[in-house]
Ligand binder design. Structure first.
Ligand code: NAD
Length: 260
């Protein structure tokens, strides 16, 4: 029963995170949105979710590359709602380049946003979760938490790190009603993937059409993109009481990509 709980989803102004926020609002959760984008569009999203589902929806513009900013967002949410019952660490960026041509600042940004940010959110969320003896932490990792792809060294390293962080924290809080899991999507057609198509074409010396067919769809035995709705449904299930015995799981949702 998720009604009345508070869900904070980082990076929820676009793509997968937005879908997860919509799904939790539809279940009656109060929602904290976060991420960048056009302020008018974000306000439209915030007010639509609140009006459609009769829940409180706040927006916080915290920068997931900055520890202080993340900590302030978490403290504000806990002060307003009493706890962040469901924490979804979803914010992420990607950069595609050969390792010897990978700009250092891009490597640092990917690791900060895709990995370090979860350290800051989790440590701040835990105290109130422990007091309530209930909590759900869901880290949106990637199939790249399980397998590598060339030219994505920062992303693959960060997402493998998320898997390690997930398992470790799961063990630390297992007796306290708090579960910690990672979901590992294959390719979902969001702005993050759309942006990487030209860079992948350049790095591999192939056309953008070949990237879609021979790199993205070819990775997944189903030959289908994963959808935002499928990932959001998995997150809802992991937040439910039926999933109380699932913790420390690194859960693929990638059309069979990592099966072989
Ligand atoms: P997206 O680009 O559509 O959304 C990313 C979100 O993160 C946006 O809301 C953006 O504003 C936010 N964000 C980026 N940098 C931020 C920062 N510094 N501070 C705050 N917010 C920031 O991408 P998406 O595909 O929806 O990706 C969401 C998550 O899913 C990421 O962690 C990504 O690695 C993961 N993922 C995506 C795919 C895919 O194929 N799209 C596959 C596996 C995993």
């Amino acid at each position: 029963m998720l009604r009345g709980k508070t869900a904070l989803i980082t990076g929820s102004t676009s793509g997968i995170g937005q879908g997860i926020a919509e799904a939790f609002a539809a279940e009656g959760c109060n929602v904290v949105l976060n991420g960048f984008g056009d302020p008018a569009e974000i306000e439209l999203l915030r007010s639509r979710l609140a009006a459609d589902h009769g829940v409180t929806v706040r927006y916080d513009n915290a920068d997931m590359s900055k520890g202080d900013s993340i900590t302030a967002m978490m403290d504000k949410a806990v002060a307003e709602f009493g706890a962040v019952d469901i924490l979804v660490n979803n914010a992420g960026i990607q950069h595609v380049a050969p390792i010897d041509d990978f700009p250092i600042e891009k490597w640092e940004a990917v690791v900060a946003i895709d990995l370090m940010s979860s350290f800051y959110t989790i440590r701040r969320a835990l105290q109130a979760m422990k007091a309530r003896k209930w909590g759900r932490i869901i880290n949106v990792a990637s199939a790249h938490a399980l397998v590598a792809s060339p030219y994505k060294s920062a992303y693959v390293a960060a997402k493998h790190g998320v898997a390690g962080l997930t398992k470790t924290v799961a063990l630390e809080v297992a007796e306290q009603g708090i579960t910690v899991n990672a979901v590992c999507p294959g390719y979902v057609l969001t702005p993050l993937v759309e942006k990487q198509i030209p860079d992948t074409a350049k790095a591999r010396g192939i056309t953008e059409e070949q990237v879609v067919k021979d790199v993205l769809l070819a990775a997944q035995p189903t030959k289908q993109f994963v959808t935002v709705e499928q990932v959001a449904s998995l997150c809802l299930f992991l937040a439910s009481d039926d999933a109380a015995s699932i913790t420390g799981a690194i859960m693929p949702i990638e059309g069979g990509w990592t099966a072989h």
